[in-house]
Design a protein around this ligand. Structure first.
Ligand code: N7H
Length: 483
């Protein structure tokens, strides 16, 4: 809750998935096209807007769950957002344009992001214009599908469902882990005005230890963002028309994960490189499967550390200048280089995102020892106020850029040449699908002298659908979009 000079957020206005995340074991993604605008607007006003889960509700539910250790009710979550074509459908062709990336859309961005071409994406997803998406979430699948059906009944033939898919958290001990087996949702930016400080006196600029507090304008329109020269100070709010206030941009990417192929590759390469396969996989991610960061557990997993939110983000990269603990190319070091001495920390804080994805697809079956038979992966969702400076920047300027993070040299005795970290091995994409590399897969912790390279002929994360959305505030829905 707000302290000191924190901004006051309109929690009743911001949709619940943006800053907190809807509580979800199952999430129905309903991508729709609007067929009848007046009927759609009438149904939204009469039946849907009042049901949308706000940040206030999502926050209360989270607090309740933390206090009791479990949910008190089968919580239903509902959010809605619109593509550029959806906004044009609702506001007319003369509507004011939002940012260039949003207006150009994910298909146009695919070339610059080295994505597989849209012609290879799921044909149902690309079969018609997507105007918007509903997220319907809950604790059980039938609960969610029943509520989705009520929603679709209300909207009746004012919409056509273009594509629909159910995301589901993984079962039992794998709950919270993505399909490669790593704990997900560990590092999220803290939000000034929302995230509670665990140690306000000693760490006034952190939520939990190591969780930097970020000004909310990085994620929601209408509030101050980060100052790009000072990691603590507020900067200007993202420029926006007044009706965008309390809204956000959402990036959706359906990422297939080739799990048997990933596991087979890791085992083979560990043998070839003479290293442990679990250590190799962790060096590609930057954390062990438990969530324990390599910066704090460089050589073996520490399960207690992995699951402790008070500890599992309490690290920076300044203490690891030679990538001995964690490779420069590791997924979490590429996508958030934190205080890396070759970066300006304040600048890094202007490229943060809030992630809110969920896995999709079944567990790996016995018939899938080496090759994927049934698709599975991540319904990746992230929130920001600049798609250019946040999601796209992370993907193209950091993950896909073989020279990032730059300015590194080998330790004395191993040559003085510059280090090329190469690709983020998890999400980095090469322009012509050529094999990707990663520097220093073999650990040199605490003082080894091995120069090694991992060559990855094929990606294990494959984009199969993508779209950019605007997530309006409750008032914008009522007073601007549905009038
Ligand atoms: Fe990543 N993975 O299993 O390897 N991610 N990610 N991601 N990711 C993170 O901190 C993964 C993807 C970020 O602040 C963890 O929650 C997989 C995209 C960022 O320290 C794990 C896929 C983008 C962070 C994974 C995938 C990002 C992060 C560690 C795709 C943006 C936080 C747990 C299938 C372009 C970094 C955690 C920080 C963490 C995995 C996608 C970004 C385990 C499998 C597309 C910013």
């Amino acid at each position: 809750m707000p302290q000191n000079n924190d901004p006051v957020l309109d929690l009743h206005e911001i949709q619940g998935d943006v800053l907190i995340g809807l509580q979800k074991n199952f999430e129905d993604f309903i991508f729709f096209k609007i067929l009848n605008v007046p009927a759609f607007k009438a149904a939204m006003k009469q039946h849907v807007i009042g049901q949308i889960t706000t940040t206030h509700e999502a926050h209360d539910r989270d607090q309740e769950r933390k206090m009791r250790g479990k949910a008190t009710a089968p919580w239903l979550g509902l959010n809605v957002s619109f593509t550029k074509d959806g906004l044009t459908k609702l506001l007319g062709p003369d509507r004011a344009k939002l940012s260039a990336s949003f207006e150009n859309g994910a298909e146009a961005a695919s070339l610059a992001l080295n994505d597989p071409p849209p012609s290879t994406w799921l044909s149902t997803f690309t079969s018609d214009t997507v105007h918007g998406v509903f997220f319907v979430t809950g604790p059980e699948e039938t609960f969610v599908t029943n509520h989705s059906q009520v929603l679709l009944d209300h909207l009746s033939d004012s919409v056509k469902v273009v594509y629909r898919e159910m995301g589901n958290v993984r079962p039992d001990a794998e709950k919270g882990h993505e399909h490669f087996g790593f704990l997900d949702g560990v590092s999220q930016p803290g939000i000034r005005g929302l995230t509670q400080r665990s140690n306000p006196k000693l760490e006034p600029n952190q939520g939990l230890s190591g969780q930097d507090l970020i000004w909310p304008g990085e994620f929601v329109f209408g509030y101050p963002g980060q100052d790009s020269n000072d990691p603590v100070k507020k900067g200007p709010p993202a420029m926006a028309e007044s009706w965008l206030r309390n809204g956000s941009f959402m990036v959706f990417r359906r990422l297939v994960q080739l799990v048997p192929e990933f596991n087979t590759f890791i085992k083979e390469q560990a043998d070839i490189l003479g290293t442990d396969s679990e250590l190799l996989a962790s060096r590609m991610v930057g954390r062990w499967r438990s969530g324990a960061p390599l910066l704090l557990a460089p050589l073996q997993d520490n399960i207690a550390l992995g699951k402790d939110p008070a500890l599992n983000n309490d690290f920076e990269y300044g203490s690891d200048p030679l990538q001995r603990a964690c490779p420069y190319a590791a997924h979490i070091r590429k996508t958030n280089p934190r205080d890396d001495p070759n970066q300006n920390k304040a600048g890094v804080q202007t490229h943060r995102i809030i992630r809110a994805g969920i896995p999709f697809g079944p567990e790996v079956g016995q018939d899938e020892a080496t090759v994927t038979v049934r698709p599975r992966g991540l319904m990746f969702v992230c929130y920001q106020t600049s798609i250019e400076q946040q999601f796209e920047f992370i993907q193209s300027t950091w993950a896909n850029n073989i020279d990032f993070v730059g300015g590194k040299t080998r330790p004395p005795g191993r040559g003085r040449g510059a280090v090329t970290p190469h690709f983020d091995p998890i999400i980095g994409q090469a322009s012509a699908r050529e094999p990707r590399s990663m520097d220093e897969p073999v650990s040199n912790y605490p003082a080894g002298d091995t120069t090694s390279t991992l060559v990855m002929p094929n990606p294990w994360v494959v984009l199969t659908a993508a779209a950019y959305f605007f997530v309006p505030s409750i008032t914008a829905l009522r007073e601007v979009l549905m009038t």
